[in-house]
Design a protein around this ligand. Structure first.
Ligand code: IDC
Length: 466
Protein backbone atom coordinates (compact mmCIF):
# COMPACT_ATOMS: atom_id res chain seq x y z
CA UNK A 1 0.00 0.00 0.00
CA UNK A 2 1.21 3.47 -0.79
CA UNK A 3 1.05 5.84 2.15
CA UNK A 4 1.45 9.56 1.76
CA UNK A 5 2.80 11.43 4.70
CA UNK A 6 3.24 15.09 4.25
CA UNK A 7 5.31 17.05 6.59
CA UNK A 8 5.64 20.73 6.32
CA UNK A 9 8.83 21.92 7.80
CA UNK A 10 9.72 25.49 7.72
CA UNK A 11 12.91 27.29 8.18
CA UNK A 12 14.39 30.69 8.48
CA UNK A 13 17.86 30.32 7.24
CA UNK A 14 20.98 32.09 6.34
CA UNK A 15 20.02 31.86 2.71
CA UNK A 16 22.07 34.32 0.85
CA UNK A 17 25.27 32.70 1.95
CA UNK A 18 27.33 30.29 -0.01
CA UNK A 19 27.75 27.24 2.12
CA UNK A 20 28.66 24.46 -0.26
CA UNK A 21 31.55 23.03 1.67
CA UNK A 22 31.31 24.05 5.29
CA UNK A 23 27.79 25.14 6.03
CA UNK A 24 28.34 24.96 9.76
CA UNK A 25 30.97 27.66 9.68
CA UNK A 26 29.19 30.25 7.59
CA UNK A 27 29.32 33.81 8.82
CA UNK A 28 26.37 35.45 10.51
CA UNK A 29 23.72 36.64 8.06
CA UNK A 30 24.63 39.95 6.46
CA UNK A 31 22.23 42.73 7.24
CA UNK A 32 21.35 43.17 3.58
CA UNK A 33 19.84 39.69 3.05
CA UNK A 34 16.31 38.84 4.01
CA UNK A 35 16.33 35.19 4.99
CA UNK A 36 13.68 32.53 5.04
CA UNK A 37 12.74 29.22 3.53
CA UNK A 38 10.21 26.45 3.61
CA UNK A 39 10.69 22.70 3.28
CA UNK A 40 7.88 20.42 2.10
CA UNK A 41 8.81 16.87 3.01
CA UNK A 42 6.71 14.07 1.55
CA UNK A 43 6.97 10.30 1.98
CA UNK A 44 6.02 9.16 -1.51
CA UNK A 45 6.19 5.45 -0.80
CA UNK A 46 7.02 3.12 2.00
CA UNK A 47 7.75 -0.57 2.22
CA UNK A 48 9.09 -3.09 4.67
CA UNK A 49 12.38 -1.58 5.89
CA UNK A 50 12.45 1.28 3.41
CA UNK A 51 10.83 4.44 2.04
CA UNK A 52 11.16 7.12 -0.60
CA UNK A 53 10.93 10.83 0.23
CA UNK A 54 10.58 14.04 -1.77
CA UNK A 55 12.10 17.17 -0.29
CA UNK A 56 11.08 20.50 -1.78
CA UNK A 57 13.14 23.46 -0.60
CA UNK A 58 11.71 26.91 -1.30
CA UNK A 59 13.75 30.06 -0.84
CA UNK A 60 11.60 32.77 0.77
CA UNK A 61 14.44 35.22 1.33
CA UNK A 62 16.93 37.04 -0.84
CA UNK A 63 18.36 35.17 -3.84
CA UNK A 64 21.00 32.63 -2.88
CA UNK A 65 23.81 30.93 -4.74
CA UNK A 66 25.09 27.88 -2.94
CA UNK A 67 23.16 26.12 -0.21
CA UNK A 68 23.15 23.09 2.06
CA UNK A 69 20.04 21.63 3.56
CA UNK A 70 20.43 19.65 6.76
CA UNK A 71 18.01 17.63 8.77
CA UNK A 72 17.96 15.03 11.51
CA UNK A 73 16.66 11.51 11.06
CA UNK A 74 14.45 10.47 13.96
CA UNK A 75 16.90 7.75 14.88
CA UNK A 76 20.32 6.64 13.77
CA UNK A 77 18.86 3.49 12.29
CA UNK A 78 17.45 5.49 9.40
CA UNK A 79 19.83 5.93 6.49
CA UNK A 80 19.84 7.67 3.16
CA UNK A 81 20.48 4.92 0.63
CA UNK A 82 20.42 6.92 -2.57
CA UNK A 83 19.61 10.58 -3.21
CA UNK A 84 19.09 12.78 -6.26
CA UNK A 85 19.27 16.43 -7.31
CA UNK A 86 21.80 17.17 -4.55
CA UNK A 87 25.01 15.79 -3.14
CA UNK A 88 23.90 13.71 -0.18
CA UNK A 89 25.78 12.60 2.89
CA UNK A 90 24.95 11.39 6.36
CA UNK A 91 26.81 11.48 9.65
CA UNK A 92 25.03 9.71 12.49
CA UNK A 93 21.47 10.92 12.30
CA UNK A 94 22.40 14.18 10.51
CA UNK A 95 21.75 14.30 6.77
CA UNK A 96 23.21 16.96 4.46
CA UNK A 97 22.12 17.76 0.93
CA UNK A 98 24.12 20.35 -1.01
CA UNK A 99 22.77 21.99 -4.14
CA UNK A 100 24.31 20.95 -7.45
CA UNK A 101 25.15 22.93 -10.59
CA UNK A 102 21.63 23.21 -11.90
CA UNK A 103 19.91 24.19 -8.64
CA UNK A 104 22.55 25.89 -6.52
CA UNK A 105 21.12 29.31 -7.41
CA UNK A 106 17.67 29.92 -5.98
CA UNK A 107 15.88 33.18 -6.68
CA UNK A 108 13.39 34.51 -4.18
CA UNK A 109 10.40 32.17 -4.27
CA UNK A 110 12.25 29.50 -6.30
CA UNK A 111 12.32 25.85 -5.24
CA UNK A 112 14.60 22.87 -5.64
CA UNK A 113 13.07 19.37 -5.69
CA UNK A 114 15.27 16.74 -4.11
CA UNK A 115 14.59 13.23 -3.03
CA UNK A 116 16.07 10.07 -1.65
CA UNK A 117 15.38 6.49 -0.83
CA UNK A 118 16.04 5.51 2.75
CA UNK A 119 16.14 2.50 5.00
CA UNK A 120 14.90 2.23 8.54
CA UNK A 121 14.97 -0.35 11.23
CA UNK A 122 12.30 1.06 13.49
CA UNK A 123 10.27 4.14 14.29
CA UNK A 124 8.56 6.72 12.18
CA UNK A 125 10.63 7.94 9.23
CA UNK A 126 9.95 11.64 9.59
CA UNK A 127 13.04 13.84 9.96
CA UNK A 128 13.14 16.99 12.03
CA UNK A 129 15.30 20.10 12.50
CA UNK A 130 15.51 21.27 8.91
CA UNK A 131 18.08 23.97 8.44
CA UNK A 132 19.33 25.72 5.37
CA UNK A 133 22.80 27.15 5.47
CA UNK A 134 22.91 26.62 9.18
CA UNK A 135 19.81 28.41 10.40
CA UNK A 136 16.72 26.59 11.69
CA UNK A 137 13.66 26.65 9.44
CA UNK A 138 10.51 28.49 10.57
CA UNK A 139 8.79 29.36 7.30
CA UNK A 140 8.83 33.03 8.13
CA UNK A 141 10.88 35.54 6.24
CA UNK A 142 13.26 37.32 8.50
CA UNK A 143 13.75 40.90 7.47
CA UNK A 144 17.22 42.26 8.02
CA UNK A 145 17.81 44.88 10.70
CA UNK A 146 18.22 48.39 9.33
CA UNK A 147 21.42 48.39 7.33
CA UNK A 148 23.93 51.21 7.24
CA UNK A 149 23.29 52.13 3.64
CA UNK A 150 19.67 52.31 2.51
CA UNK A 151 18.99 50.80 -0.87
CA UNK A 152 17.20 52.84 -3.51
CA UNK A 153 13.50 52.43 -3.16
CA UNK A 154 13.52 51.63 0.54
CA UNK A 155 11.19 54.56 1.07
CA UNK A 156 13.59 56.68 3.11
CA UNK A 157 14.58 60.17 1.96
CA UNK A 158 18.09 59.00 1.01
CA UNK A 159 16.79 55.77 -0.49
CA UNK A 160 14.44 57.67 -2.76
CA UNK A 161 16.55 60.71 -3.63
CA UNK A 162 20.07 59.29 -3.60
CA UNK A 163 23.00 61.56 -4.31
CA UNK A 164 21.90 65.18 -4.40
CA UNK A 165 23.15 67.91 -6.69
CA UNK A 166 22.40 71.52 -7.37
CA UNK A 167 20.49 72.12 -10.59
CA UNK A 168 19.78 75.72 -11.45
CA UNK A 169 18.59 77.37 -8.24
CA UNK A 170 17.27 74.11 -6.83
CA UNK A 171 18.46 71.18 -4.83
CA UNK A 172 17.83 68.17 -7.06
CA UNK A 173 17.68 64.46 -6.44
CA UNK A 174 19.17 61.59 -8.43
CA UNK A 175 16.46 62.04 -11.08
CA UNK A 176 17.47 65.68 -11.52
CA UNK A 177 14.18 66.83 -10.08
CA UNK A 178 13.88 69.64 -7.50
CA UNK A 179 13.22 68.55 -3.95
CA UNK A 180 12.83 70.16 -0.54
CA UNK A 181 14.39 68.57 2.54
CA UNK A 182 12.77 69.34 5.89
CA UNK A 183 14.47 68.60 9.15
CA UNK A 184 16.07 69.59 12.40
CA UNK A 185 19.39 70.88 13.64
CA UNK A 186 21.14 69.68 16.74
CA UNK A 187 22.09 72.22 19.35
CA UNK A 188 25.84 72.45 19.98
CA UNK A 189 26.99 68.84 20.14
CA UNK A 190 29.53 69.84 22.82
CA UNK A 191 26.64 70.61 25.16
CA UNK A 192 23.79 68.31 24.17
CA UNK A 193 25.37 65.00 23.18
CA UNK A 194 22.94 63.27 25.55
CA UNK A 195 20.15 64.16 23.10
CA UNK A 196 21.63 62.32 20.10
CA UNK A 197 21.21 58.59 20.53
CA UNK A 198 19.40 55.71 18.82
CA UNK A 199 16.06 56.51 20.45
CA UNK A 200 16.09 60.21 19.56
CA UNK A 201 17.30 59.55 16.02
CA UNK A 202 14.63 56.87 15.58
CA UNK A 203 12.00 59.38 16.68
CA UNK A 204 13.36 61.98 14.27
CA UNK A 205 13.33 59.56 11.34
CA UNK A 206 10.14 57.64 12.07
CA UNK A 207 7.83 59.96 14.03
CA UNK A 208 8.96 63.31 12.71
CA UNK A 209 9.63 61.75 9.29
CA UNK A 210 12.55 64.10 9.04
CA UNK A 211 14.57 64.14 5.83
CA UNK A 212 17.51 65.94 7.31
CA UNK A 213 19.67 66.01 10.42
CA UNK A 214 21.99 69.00 10.81
CA UNK A 215 25.00 68.35 12.99
CA UNK A 216 26.00 71.66 14.59
CA UNK A 217 29.67 71.34 15.46
CA UNK A 218 30.70 74.56 17.13
CA UNK A 219 34.31 75.46 16.51
CA UNK A 220 34.68 77.78 19.51
CA UNK A 221 32.78 77.72 22.82
CA UNK A 222 34.32 74.40 23.97
CA UNK A 223 33.85 72.95 20.51
CA UNK A 224 36.13 71.55 17.79
CA UNK A 225 39.17 73.69 18.66
CA UNK A 226 39.40 71.98 22.06
CA UNK A 227 39.49 68.42 20.68
CA UNK A 228 39.65 68.15 16.87
CA UNK A 229 39.91 64.36 16.74
CA UNK A 230 37.12 63.84 19.24
CA UNK A 231 34.68 66.20 17.51
CA UNK A 232 35.53 64.80 14.07
CA UNK A 233 34.76 61.34 15.29
CA UNK A 234 31.53 62.41 16.97
CA UNK A 235 30.37 64.09 13.74
CA UNK A 236 31.18 60.95 11.75
CA UNK A 237 29.21 58.77 14.08
CA UNK A 238 26.20 61.09 13.83
CA UNK A 239 26.51 60.94 10.02
CA UNK A 240 26.33 57.15 10.30
CA UNK A 241 23.30 57.28 12.58
CA UNK A 242 21.49 59.51 10.09
CA UNK A 243 22.53 57.28 7.20
CA UNK A 244 21.26 54.15 8.94
CA UNK A 245 17.85 55.80 9.08
CA UNK A 246 17.87 57.14 5.52
CA UNK A 247 18.26 60.78 6.54
CA UNK A 248 20.57 63.34 4.99
CA UNK A 249 23.28 64.65 7.31
CA UNK A 250 24.30 68.28 7.11
CA UNK A 251 27.77 68.73 8.57
CA UNK A 252 27.76 72.25 10.01
CA UNK A 253 31.10 73.89 10.80
CA UNK A 254 29.41 76.10 13.35
CA UNK A 255 31.46 79.26 13.33
CA UNK A 256 29.77 82.12 15.17
CA UNK A 257 32.22 84.15 17.27
CA UNK A 258 34.54 85.38 15.88
CA UNK A 259 32.46 86.17 12.85
CA UNK A 260 35.22 86.07 10.25
CA UNK A 261 35.41 82.47 9.02
CA UNK A 262 39.01 83.05 7.96
CA UNK A 263 39.89 82.96 11.66
CA UNK A 264 39.16 79.22 11.42
CA UNK A 265 40.48 78.63 7.90
CA UNK A 266 43.20 76.16 8.88
CA UNK A 267 40.86 74.30 11.19
CA UNK A 268 38.24 74.17 8.42
CA UNK A 269 40.73 72.73 5.95
CA UNK A 270 41.84 70.07 8.41
CA UNK A 271 38.32 69.19 9.47
CA UNK A 272 36.80 69.06 5.99
CA UNK A 273 39.72 67.13 4.49
CA UNK A 274 39.08 64.50 7.13
CA UNK A 275 35.27 64.26 7.08
CA UNK A 276 35.11 64.51 3.27
CA UNK A 277 37.59 61.66 2.84
CA UNK A 278 35.85 59.55 5.43
CA UNK A 279 32.33 60.13 4.06
CA UNK A 280 33.03 60.43 0.32
CA UNK A 281 31.29 57.15 -0.48
CA UNK A 282 28.07 58.13 1.25
CA UNK A 283 25.09 59.67 -0.49
CA UNK A 284 23.64 61.37 2.55
CA UNK A 285 26.26 64.01 3.34
CA UNK A 286 26.01 67.75 2.72
CA UNK A 287 28.73 70.13 3.88
CA UNK A 288 28.05 73.55 5.43
CA UNK A 289 31.39 75.29 5.65
CA UNK A 290 30.63 78.35 7.82
CA UNK A 291 27.52 78.74 9.93
CA UNK A 292 27.14 82.50 10.33
CA UNK A 293 29.81 84.90 9.12
CA UNK A 294 29.26 88.29 10.75
CA UNK A 295 31.09 91.59 10.87
CA UNK A 296 32.97 90.55 7.75
CA UNK A 297 32.65 91.41 4.05
CA UNK A 298 31.23 89.12 1.42
CA UNK A 299 34.61 89.26 -0.32
CA UNK A 300 36.27 87.74 2.77
CA UNK A 301 33.63 85.01 3.01
CA UNK A 302 34.01 84.22 -0.69
CA UNK A 303 37.79 84.00 -0.24
CA UNK A 304 37.31 81.52 2.61
CA UNK A 305 34.85 79.45 0.55
CA UNK A 306 37.18 79.29 -2.43
CA UNK A 307 39.90 77.83 -0.23
CA UNK A 308 37.76 75.32 1.68
CA UNK A 309 35.64 74.01 -1.20
CA UNK A 310 38.61 72.61 -3.18
CA UNK A 311 39.70 70.69 -0.08
CA UNK A 312 36.27 69.04 0.07
CA UNK A 313 36.12 68.43 -3.67
CA UNK A 314 39.52 66.74 -3.67
CA UNK A 315 38.16 64.10 -1.33
CA UNK A 316 34.43 64.05 -2.11
CA UNK A 317 33.86 65.50 -5.60
CA UNK A 318 30.10 65.15 -5.88
CA UNK A 319 28.72 66.41 -2.56
CA UNK A 320 26.70 69.60 -2.26
CA UNK A 321 28.49 72.37 -0.33
CA UNK A 322 26.67 75.25 1.37
CA UNK A 323 28.32 78.63 1.89
CA UNK A 324 27.28 80.92 4.75
CA UNK A 325 26.40 84.48 3.80
CA UNK A 326 27.14 87.87 5.29
CA UNK A 327 25.51 89.05 8.52
CA UNK A 328 24.64 85.77 10.25
CA UNK A 329 23.73 84.16 6.93
CA UNK A 330 21.08 86.77 6.15
CA UNK A 331 22.37 87.38 2.60
CA UNK A 332 23.74 90.59 4.07
CA UNK A 333 20.38 92.03 5.14
CA UNK A 334 21.17 92.25 8.88
CA UNK A 335 24.16 94.48 8.10
CA UNK A 336 22.29 96.70 5.63
CA UNK A 337 23.18 94.85 2.43
CA UNK A 338 21.25 92.37 0.31
CA UNK A 339 21.59 89.42 -2.06
CA UNK A 340 23.02 91.43 -4.93
CA UNK A 341 26.52 91.24 -3.43
CA UNK A 342 26.38 87.48 -3.94
CA UNK A 343 24.53 87.54 -7.25
CA UNK A 344 27.15 89.93 -8.67
CA UNK A 345 30.10 88.12 -7.19
CA UNK A 346 29.27 84.45 -6.70
CA UNK A 347 31.64 81.88 -5.26
CA UNK A 348 33.74 80.39 -8.02
CA UNK A 349 32.63 76.76 -7.65
CA UNK A 350 29.90 74.48 -8.93
CA UNK A 351 27.38 72.39 -7.02
CA UNK A 352 27.10 74.91 -4.20
CA UNK A 353 24.25 76.63 -2.40
CA UNK A 354 24.05 79.69 -0.16
CA UNK A 355 22.80 79.65 3.43
CA UNK A 356 19.97 81.83 4.61
CA UNK A 357 19.04 81.94 8.31
CA UNK A 358 16.13 83.63 10.04
CA UNK A 359 14.48 83.79 13.45
CA UNK A 360 10.79 84.28 12.91
CA UNK A 361 10.14 86.69 15.79
CA UNK A 362 13.02 88.95 14.69
CA UNK A 363 13.09 88.62 10.91
CA UNK A 364 9.89 89.26 9.03
CA UNK A 365 8.57 90.80 5.82
CA UNK A 366 11.72 92.50 4.52
CA UNK A 367 13.68 89.28 5.04
CA UNK A 368 10.95 87.24 3.37
CA UNK A 369 10.97 89.67 0.43
CA UNK A 370 14.72 89.20 0.11
CA UNK A 371 14.37 85.42 0.05
CA UNK A 372 11.58 85.59 -2.52
CA UNK A 373 13.74 87.71 -4.82
CA UNK A 374 17.00 85.89 -4.21
CA UNK A 375 15.46 82.45 -4.73
CA UNK A 376 15.08 83.20 -8.42
CA UNK A 377 18.81 83.79 -8.77
CA UNK A 378 20.64 81.83 -6.10
CA UNK A 379 20.36 78.26 -4.83
CA UNK A 380 19.29 78.82 -1.21
CA UNK A 381 19.26 76.44 1.74
CA UNK A 382 17.85 77.49 5.12
CA UNK A 383 20.36 75.51 7.16
CA UNK A 384 19.11 77.10 10.39
CA UNK A 385 16.07 79.02 11.56
CA UNK A 386 14.11 79.55 14.73
CA UNK A 387 10.45 80.13 15.48
CA UNK A 388 11.51 82.57 18.19
CA UNK A 389 13.79 85.62 18.48
CA UNK A 390 17.40 85.69 17.29
CA UNK A 391 18.56 85.08 20.85
CA UNK A 392 17.11 81.56 20.59
CA UNK A 393 14.61 82.52 23.31
CA UNK A 394 11.54 84.67 23.84
CA UNK A 395 8.02 83.93 22.70
CA UNK A 396 7.41 81.79 19.65
CA UNK A 397 6.00 83.87 16.80
CA UNK A 398 3.54 81.45 15.27
CA UNK A 399 2.22 83.73 12.53
CA UNK A 400 5.66 84.67 11.28
CA UNK A 401 6.90 81.07 11.56
CA UNK A 402 3.98 79.79 9.51
CA UNK A 403 4.46 82.55 6.91
CA UNK A 404 8.12 81.55 6.61
CA UNK A 405 7.41 77.82 6.39
CA UNK A 406 4.74 78.37 3.75
CA UNK A 407 7.17 80.47 1.73
CA UNK A 408 9.92 77.85 1.97
CA UNK A 409 7.50 75.11 0.94
CA UNK A 410 6.32 77.14 -2.01
CA UNK A 411 9.88 77.85 -3.16
CA UNK A 412 11.05 74.30 -2.39
CA UNK A 413 13.76 75.65 -0.12
CA UNK A 414 15.15 73.06 2.26
CA UNK A 415 15.34 73.83 5.97
CA UNK A 416 16.61 72.72 9.36
CA UNK A 417 15.11 74.08 12.57
CA UNK A 418 17.15 75.19 15.60
CA UNK A 419 17.01 72.94 17.72
CA UNK A 420 16.37 69.24 18.19
CA UNK A 421 17.42 69.52 21.82
CA UNK A 422 16.24 69.94 25.39
CA UNK A 423 17.97 73.32 25.85
CA UNK A 424 16.24 75.53 28.36
CA UNK A 425 15.19 78.05 25.69
CA UNK A 426 12.06 78.40 23.58
CA UNK A 427 13.78 77.47 20.30
CA UNK A 428 14.37 73.92 21.58
CA UNK A 429 11.90 71.25 20.47
CA UNK A 430 11.99 69.24 23.70
CA UNK A 431 11.26 70.22 27.26
CA UNK A 432 14.26 70.30 29.60
CA UNK A 433 14.98 66.85 31.03
CA UNK A 434 13.64 64.97 28.00
CA UNK A 435 17.05 63.58 27.10
CA UNK A 436 17.39 61.93 30.52
CA UNK A 437 14.68 59.52 29.40
CA UNK A 438 13.89 57.41 26.37
CA UNK A 439 10.65 59.04 25.22
CA UNK A 440 11.19 61.37 22.27
CA UNK A 441 7.87 60.58 20.63
CA UNK A 442 4.98 61.55 22.83
CA UNK A 443 3.46 65.01 22.56
CA UNK A 444 4.18 65.58 26.26
CA UNK A 445 7.90 65.99 25.67
CA UNK A 446 7.49 68.71 23.02
CA UNK A 447 7.67 72.45 23.49
CA UNK A 448 5.37 74.76 21.57
CA UNK A 449 8.05 75.17 18.91
CA UNK A 450 8.70 71.41 18.80
CA UNK A 451 5.00 70.69 18.29
CA UNK A 452 4.77 73.18 15.43
CA UNK A 453 7.87 71.85 13.69
CA UNK A 454 6.90 68.22 14.14
CA UNK A 455 3.50 68.93 12.59
CA UNK A 456 5.16 70.64 9.61
CA UNK A 457 8.01 68.18 9.04
CA UNK A 458 6.00 64.98 9.42
CA UNK A 459 3.63 65.63 6.53
CA UNK A 460 4.30 63.39 3.50
CA UNK A 461 7.13 64.30 1.18
CA UNK A 462 6.40 64.34 -2.52
CA UNK A 463 9.80 63.37 -3.87
CA UNK A 464 9.75 62.80 -7.65
CA UNK A 465 10.97 59.32 -8.59
CA UNK A 466 11.51 59.66 -12.31
C1 IDC B 1 22.49 79.99 20.45
C2 IDC B 1 21.94 78.94 21.40
C3 IDC B 1 22.27 79.34 22.81
C4 IDC B 1 23.76 79.59 22.91
C5 IDC B 1 24.21 80.58 21.87
C6 IDC B 1 25.72 80.80 21.86
O1 IDC B 1 20.56 78.79 21.19
O2 IDC B 1 21.87 78.33 23.70
O3 IDC B 1 24.06 80.05 24.20
O4 IDC B 1 23.86 80.14 20.61
O5 IDC B 1 26.37 79.68 21.43
C7 IDC B 1 22.25 81.63 15.70
C8 IDC B 1 23.39 80.71 15.85
C9 IDC B 1 23.16 79.75 17.00
C10 IDC B 1 22.42 80.42 18.14
C11 IDC B 1 21.04 80.82 17.65
C12 IDC B 1 20.16 81.43 18.73
O6 IDC B 1 23.71 80.00 14.67
O7 IDC B 1 24.41 79.25 17.41
O8 IDC B 1 22.29 79.48 19.16
N1 IDC B 1 21.21 81.73 16.53
O9 IDC B 1 20.75 82.59 19.26
N2 IDC B 1 22.09 82.51 14.75
C13 IDC B 1 20.99 83.22 14.98
C14 IDC B 1 20.40 82.73 16.12
Amino acid sequence: MKRMLALLATCATALGLSALTTPQTVAAPRAEAATGCRVDYTITSQWQGGFQAGVKVTNLGSPVTGWTLKFTMPDAGQKVVQGWNATWSQSGSTVSATGVDWNRTLATGASADLGFTGSFTSGNPKPTAFTLNGVPCTGAVEEPPPGPDPEPGDGTPVGINGQLRVCGVNLCNQYNRPIQLRGMSTHGIQWFSQCYNNASLDALAKDWKSDLFRIAMYVQEQGYETDPAGFTSRVNSLVDMAEARGMYALIDFHTLTPGDPNYNLDRAKTFFASVAARNAGKKNVIYEIANEPNGVSWAAIKNYAEQVIPVIRAADPDAVVIVGTRAWSSLGVSEGSNETEVVNNPVNATNIMYAFHFYAASHKDNYRATVSRAAAKLPLFVTEFGTVSATGGGTMDRASSVAWLDLLDQLKISYANWTYSEANESSAAFKPGTCNGTDYSSSGVLTESGALLKSRISTPDSFPTS
